[in-house]
Design a binder for this molecule. Sequence first.
Ligand code: NDP
Length: 288
Amino acid sequence: TDIPVTVIGLGLMGRALAGAFLKAGHPTTVWNRTTSKADHLVAEGARPAPTAGDALKAGSLTIICLTDYEAVREVLDACELDGTTLINLTSGSSAQAREAARWAERRGARYLDGAIMAVPPAIGTAEAVILHSGPRPDFAAHEPTLGALGTVTYLGEDPGLASLYDVAGLAMMWSVLNAWLQGTALLGTAGVDAAAYAPFAQQIATVVAGWLPGYAEQIDRGSFPAEVSALETDAGAMAHLIEESEAADVNTELPKLIKAMAERSIAAGHGAEQYPVLIDEFRNPRGA
Ligand code: NDP
């Protein structure tokens, strides 16, 4: 906990990150373009650096959390990076992360990219999941320090992985939420309120989540025997979902999308195989 750290960027998230380091006892240097945002942290013991360059020199690792990668470049362009360790927790694409890694490494920095899957109040608790990717030795060297921020995960050497896992997680989140909203709207037409349906929806989501490891094995093997149900059987039930939604005057966009994908896969000869054979529709988007 006596390892000095630097936090560059004191927006909502940066302030939470710096606060968690302080709470864990790390000597914490901070810098922000708008200096007043450091005031509260300084009152709690953080050291304000006059410039970003000075801030970089103060810590054995520097966390950067700004609006976007352009801002990161703007701030770091003027700084000496040789010998620094940068951990960029700014949200962005995998391509931006890879480019930033190359750029920082050319300038002599060690660089890890990261993605924060949490809101600021969760930072410093186990609930805050923070993903990292980049050189493994650099992550290993700083893992204990980063642990002050939350549940810290290492994904691999490719610096783009943290961003990709981040959006994959969002795809999961939105898909589950939209499916739940579809059901909530449908049941609402029969007088069932959202709270009554929620526990049932939760149970279904848990059961389906349990299928993922087995289905993932089928995808990795590239073989999809219908052990439980064939795609053709699922397609029949998809038609029911559309009919019920139409009859209840509930939005049919999502049910139609689900069925259209299955139909393309059936037309390509996969009707007798199991659901995850649809991976092809995602890998080789023919329809959209
Ligand atoms: P804020 O808008 O609160 O803070 C943005 C920060 O970026 C400020 O420190 C701002 O400085 C700085 N900044 C922007 N442009 C520049 C620039 N050109 N030069 C110097 N500094 C600049 O955003 P958050 O703190 O909420 O988010 C920061 C990052 O964290 C984003 O990438 C966001 O996606 C990510 N994130 C945020 C989450 C959240 O719940 N808040 C959740 C997960 C990720 P100044 O104060 O001077 O304007």
